[in-house]
Ligand binder design. Structure first.
Ligand SMILES: Nc1ncnc2c1ncn2[C@@H]1O[C@H](COP(=O)(O)OP(=O)(O)OP(=O)(O)O)[C@@H](O)[C@H]1O
Length: 443
């Protein structure tokens, strides 16, 4: 058999395998084998190779001596047959790994189909996106005669203008929300389950785009003015003092804590440093150092952005922060460099406390806390809120417990949106007295 025919046959074999891998190759194994045999039927050398292989020498020899078949053909056919036999055997011997491969391809194919469908059918195509803008400011240093900062001097951190939140299927969750958050202005978002509290926080974190309106973050740059005025800063917006447009890269000063924190694969130290210092050198157990132990994390936005990162905490600071969130006892069981499956080893409450440790280390300007203490008892919850208040952080929380009122100075009450009453706003901002906004409809 010449190499052209053999190559063609292998091509056919491969294309059948790849084609079938997508639609569950091994469920139609019989069909594949039939196709392969059909493909090989026309190849006389394969057939003759088979004959030569199975026929005894006593039969082949007379064919040779009578001149019906050449010696080279006998050899070629025999070797071609052996090759093809080996290829078939490969399928048999590698059955397990090929079927695993087929299952993965199948799942990826289905995932791709779902993505294609959702891109082409999504009603959210017709929705505008929520706009997120970042501006740079320098905080005023003017103090009152008693040394305190007057309330009106607190800088604005966040401004929400006419925000209408919608689900991807275009149902309204919150309509025309406008509010402003200044430094030390801690807002508690409350409302019935499913009213859109988490979605609002996701929108603030830039994770939820469906809807309309504008969210403006004012990024403080007073401490590092010369670094802020770099490629991250485009141009002064207007003549308003100290206000500049900045792009999203400068904004790791806003920290989002979800209800279930993400536990990275790695050491306890890496858990604490995530996500602010993900590109760090990782000490190995043998004392050597290796970079990029978590290569997938180094691609996160901001991971290369050293402009607004606080200094990397020392080991002593990591130990102290663990004690601050009442996780010091972990160090009796593990070292900072123990690598474990942390999401299974730690309870959800411990994971939430660890997430607060990350928050305390990262020292953001604004923290968005989405039921971030839901798995904790009240005493621990109070303790953590005291810690972040003492760290001068401003925060927006979603939570259900009335004990949280004490650690916020305003509430945003959201009710379930009523489609039949589109004129009615479904939110109200009030102070933290329990009866605040209670006259609000639907609540
Ligand atoms: N990705 C999504 N696609 C479609 N609908 C969604 C999506 N995420 C949330 N929703 C819907 O949006 C609504 C608001 O959800 P959200 O999680 O914001 O509510 P919530 O007020 O935080 O509720 P809870 O207090 O129970 O946590 C719910 O009806 C939910 O089913």
């Amino acid at each position: 058999m010449d190499s052209y025919v053999y190559g063609k046959m292998l091509n056919q074999l491969l294309s059948i395998m790849v084609k079938k891998a997508k639609c569950n190759f091994f469920c139609s194994a019989y069909e594949n084998l039939t196709q392969l045999l059909m493909a090989s039927r026309n190849l006389e050398f394969f057939t003759s190779g088979y004959i030569i292989q199975v026929l005894p020498a006593a039969v082949v020899a007379p064919m040779y001596f009578s001149g019906k078949i050449g010696f080279g053909v006998i050899n070629q056919s025999r070797s071609a047959f052996n090759h093809i036999l080996a290829d078939f055997s490969l399928v048999v011997y590698q059955f397990q790994s090929i079927s695993a491969f087929s299952a993965v391809i199948n799942r990826l194919g289905e995932f791709d189909d779902v993505l294609d469908r959702s891109i082409s059918n999504s009603p959210s195509d017709t929705l505008e996106d929520i706009q997120i803008i970042y501006k740079y400011f320098r905080s005023s240093s003017a103090l009152e005669s008693n040394g305190s900062t007057p309330l009106e001097k607190y800088a604005t951190l966040l401004e929400i203008e006419d925000l209408t939140l919608k689900t991807p299927s275009a149902s309204t969750l919150v309509r025309d929300l406008s509010l402003m958050i200044k430094e030390k202005d801690n807002l508690l978002v409350i409302g019935p389950s499913g009213s859109g509290k988490t979605s609002l926080l996701r929108a603030l974190a830039g994770l939820w785009k469906t809807g309309t309106g504008k969210i403006t973050y004012y990024v403080k740059g007073g401490e590092y003015p010369e670094q802020f005025i770099c490629s991250d800063v485009n141009a002064p917006v207007n003549n308003a003092p100290d206000t500049y447009e900045a792009d999203g890269k400068s904004v790791s000063r806003i920290f989002f804590l979800p209800q279930r924190p993400y536990m990275v694969l790695g050491t306890l130290r890496q858990q604490l440093l995530y996500p602010t210092w993900t590109d760090d050198v990782v000490p190995m157990s043998d004392g050597t150092k290796e970079t990029n132990e978590l290569p997938f994390l180094t691609n996160l936005p901001n991971s290369d952005n050293t402009i607004d990162k606080p200094m990397k905490p020392t080991t002593d600071e990591l130990i102290k922060v663990l004690e601050d969130v009442r996780l010091g006892y972990l160090l009796a069981r593990f070292s900072l460099d123990s690598t474990l499956e942390w999401s299974s080893v730690l309870s959800l409450g411990e994971q939430q406390r660890l997430a607060f440790a990350r928050l305390l280390l990262s020292k953001p300007q604004l923290a968005l806390l989405d039921e971030a203490t839901s798995a904790l008892d009240e005493a621990n919850e109070v303790h953590l809120y005291q810690k972040i208040a003492a760290a001068n952080m401003t925060y927006v929380s979603v939570g259900h417990r009335s004990s949280l009122y004490d650690y916020h100075n305003r509430i945003l009450r959201i009710s379930t949106y009523d489609d039949s009453n589109i004129e009615q706003l479904n939110w109200c901002i009030g102070d933290t007295r329990p009866d605040s906004c209670l006259k609000f409809t639907n609540l």
